[in-house]
Design a binder for this molecule. Structure first.
Ligand SMILES: Cc1cc2nc3c(=O)[nH]c(=O)nc-3n(C[C@H](O)[C@H](O)[C@H](O)COP(=O)(O)OP(=O)(O)OC[C@H]3O[C@@H](n4cnc5c(N)ncnc54)[C@H](O)[C@@H]3O)c2cc1C
Length: 417
């Protein structure tokens, strides 16, 4: 079923009765060519790209809950390509290009809005670091403009520029950065994969991974055993637990990341803005709510809700940067489980088990990676070769120490990224 302006008018005139479910609800088959464990953004995007780019359609996505119930439906929707280090830089650049054609590729409105992202800086040293990052972005072929204080004021007049502790010196402007409607991305990929023959099986928890003589043979699930020649673990915050089913101990810690939304307000924040002196960032949703967040809670946890000290920390930063926000009422807060690597960069790789692949370690930045990650993992699974933009996301870098990509420069510690 396609979407068009004509279809919307026709359905409006005839009681909206012609719409059909956008993906089927199939029973699991006994065997598939490939199984993707996890129906989040990355799993669905992988299945879509396996079918679209490589003609593999005998595939199942196994999701223990419902599509969109994980981090793909919990994030603050920021999409950007403002990375500094080789490895990350080319990958996120490729992913942003896929965002720019996603709505046409999926024939689905994901409300991708390139409203621009501004990262603020508050000292001379920070200006130097951002200038360097901006140059790296431009060298990569992406866009970056270094704004001085008055340049920032033209875009964001409501900020507290003269805060005594953290005056604003300027900002790095990334015009192609922005937001998208998160759950529409999951639904769009689910629909696109289903249309190409992929079975999306919800309420199907993987409970074991079958391996014989070092070769993957299939999975055990809450709905029975399913055989497969290739299996990919794409379960974000649950990566450690699922990898353990294959006898692997991953270099991952799971931490909670919280987010907040206010009551709906008239348009006031046009861009995505991030504070340079505390982990706080904000944008305004199309419904009018101010959507914001900060740092991860610093202890390892599988709970999808966070603690009060982090809420206080985020609110403090919000009030420091834009005191006007104090008038808005916070409606909701929630949490998601982040798969944090020691260097803050992700993993897309084979494992020690033949036919078993892993895609994880997206930390708090994996939403923008959804198209790129699915494209690259599908490439690896179908061809056996790493896709060039993701070639540095190797698992063994944590054993050898060679090729670590510590974007934040904070050292090899999960909770600091
Ligand atoms: C509050 C918050 C804000 C964020 N903000 C941003 C942002 O602004 N920009 C950005 O780029 N990123 C952001 N992120 C990060 C981003 O959401 C994640 O990195 C990304 O969504 C993770 O990939 P995913 O979509 O595949 O994960 P998920 O949607 O979590 O998918 C994993 C799926 O695996 C399933 N699963 C787990 N175990 C099993 C099993 N045993 N069997 C079957 N299925 C299983 C889960 O149910 C889940 O649906 C944010 C995250 C949070 C929580």
């Amino acid at each position: 079923m396609g979407y068009s302006g004509f279809r919307v008018i026709k359905e409006g005139l005839f009681g909206q009765k012609g719409w059909k479910p956008v993906w089927r609800d199939p029973e699991p088959k006994a065997e598939y060519d490939a199984i993707i464990i996890g129906g989040g953004g990355h799993g669905l995007s992988t299945a879509f790209h396996l079918a679209k780019e490589h003609g593999m359609t005998n595939i199942a996505v196994l999701e223990k809950g419902y599509i969109g119930g994980g981090n793909v439906g919990r994030n603050t929707t920021i999409v950007r390509a403002n990375y500094f280090l080789p490895g990350n830089s080319e990958f996120y650049s490729h992913s942003l290009k896929l965002w720019e054609t996603m709505e046409q590729d999926l024939n689905y409105n994901v409300m991708h809005s390139q409203r621009g992202l501004i990262n603020l800086f508050h000292s001379d040293g920070q200006r130097d670091a951002f200038a360097r990052r901006g140059n790296a972005m431009v060298n990569q072929g992406d866009d970056a403009i270094l704004l001085d204080r008055e340049g920032v004021r033209e875009h964001l007049p409501y900020l507290d520029f003269d805060n005594v502790r953290f005056p604003i010196y300027g900002g790095l402007y990334h015009p192609r950065g922005g937001t998208a409607r998160h759950d529409a991305v999951a639904w769009g990929y689910a629909r696109g994969a289903d249309q190409r023959g992929v079975d999306i099986i919800q309420n199907c928890e993987v409970t074991g991974i079958d391996i014989e003589n070092g070769v993957v043979k299939g999975v055990q699930t809450s709905r029975g055993a399913i055989k497969a020649k290739k299996v990919a673990i794409v379960v974000a915050g649950r990566s450690g637990q699922v990898a353990e089913m294959a006898g692997m101990r991953l270099p991952i810690e799971s931490h909670v990341l919280q987010a907040f939304v206010t009551e709906g307000l008239k348009p006031v924040i046009d861009h995505v803005v991030s504070f340079g002196m505390g982990h706080f960032y904000i944008s305004q949703s199309d419904k009018g709510g101010l959507v914001f967040g900060g740092d991860i809670d610093f202890y390892a946890s599988y709970a999808s809700r966070g603690n009060l000290p982090m809420k206080e920390h985020v609110m403090d930063a919000a009030m420091t940067l834009m005191p006007m926000i104090g008038k808005a009422k916070v409606l909701r807060s929630w949490g998601g489980i982040m798969d944090m690597t020691p260097d803050g960069s992700p993993i897309i790789d084979r494992t020690q088990t033949e036919g078993l692949f892993i895609d994880c370690g997206w930390c708090y930045g994996g939403f923008k990676a959804v198209p790129g990650s699915g494209f690259s993992l599908a490439h690896l699974m179908a061809t056996g070769n790493h896709h060039a933009p993701a070639a540095k996301f190797r698992l063994d870098r944590f054993r050898s120490g060679i090729g670590l990509m510590d974007e934040e420069g904070t050292g090899s510690q999960h909770n600091l990224h």
